[in-house]
Design a protein around this ligand. Sequence first.
Ligand code: SF4
Length: 311
Amino acid sequence: MIKIYVESLSEDEEEDARYGKEERGDLIPKELRKKKVLQERIKQIINEMRDEGEKVNITDTDAKFIKERNGVIRPNYNSHIAVTEEQFIVGTELTNNASDAISALSLIKEMEENTESKPDMIVGDSGYDSLENYEGIKGKGIYPLIPDRKLVMERENKLEGERYRFHRGNFRFDREKNEYICPIGEKLICYKIKEIGKKDKKYRIYHYRTKVCKRCKYKWRCCGKGAYRYIKRDEREDIIEEVREFLSKEEGWEEYKKRMCATEPIFGILKRFLGHNYFLLRGLKKVEGEFNLMCLAWNIRKLHKLKVGWV
Ligand code: SF4
């Protein structure tokens, strides 16, 4: 009983120090107690929800609802790291964007600045499979060993079965003839080329179709409400094809698998072993700082391991 009393007394003192003598900590924050200020804050949050077309977390408005690996969607940040084969973190990026694809180039830039060197190859998972990443990384003279999502689906047999028979991934591209072969063997030929992009950077988009669709018995499954099945191909997809070819070889996939041993354990140890399952701070800038400190601590542990053994 004495122990409990002492603890609650010290808790009271702590609360008084934190919130003031008359405050309890479970009341509306002082700055929001004026009706007008509270109304303004509520209006601001409603506007943010309208602008973003999604749920807004009012505790930390920077945190966005992002799906985690276990499928749970909750307020979150997306953290990325660039690591060496020896598992030293040489680049970090923390965003509130659900997509991985955005981060790769800025992460590589940071890595180059920190190490003052350029790797021959970057290995990343299929979340980084945007055309911008493939083109940007290749443009730097680095090989982008990134499997595209279609390849991963193929390897996991997710494109098999009747349900996926007419999935875009089941249309085979014949580079020599510049045509696609549909799942029943019909040739989709290029009937139009369009250019997209800005003045200094234009990309050709090839459009393919076959007139056979009109009388095909699978039309309703393959074309939906349209008269034809249309396939578009960005000329930058050539890089993806090249990477696919390498990854389809045993040596290519073995090289890619090394990634699993380099990055995945770091997140696993940070979260499960060291307990960094959530951030303590609020707001993108502060959380970014917290994440960088975690990574710095990781590197210090790694150095310590090299010098005196694991702790
Ligand atoms: S609808 Fe057209 S593209 Fe689809 S399977 Fe039939 S012929 Fe091939």
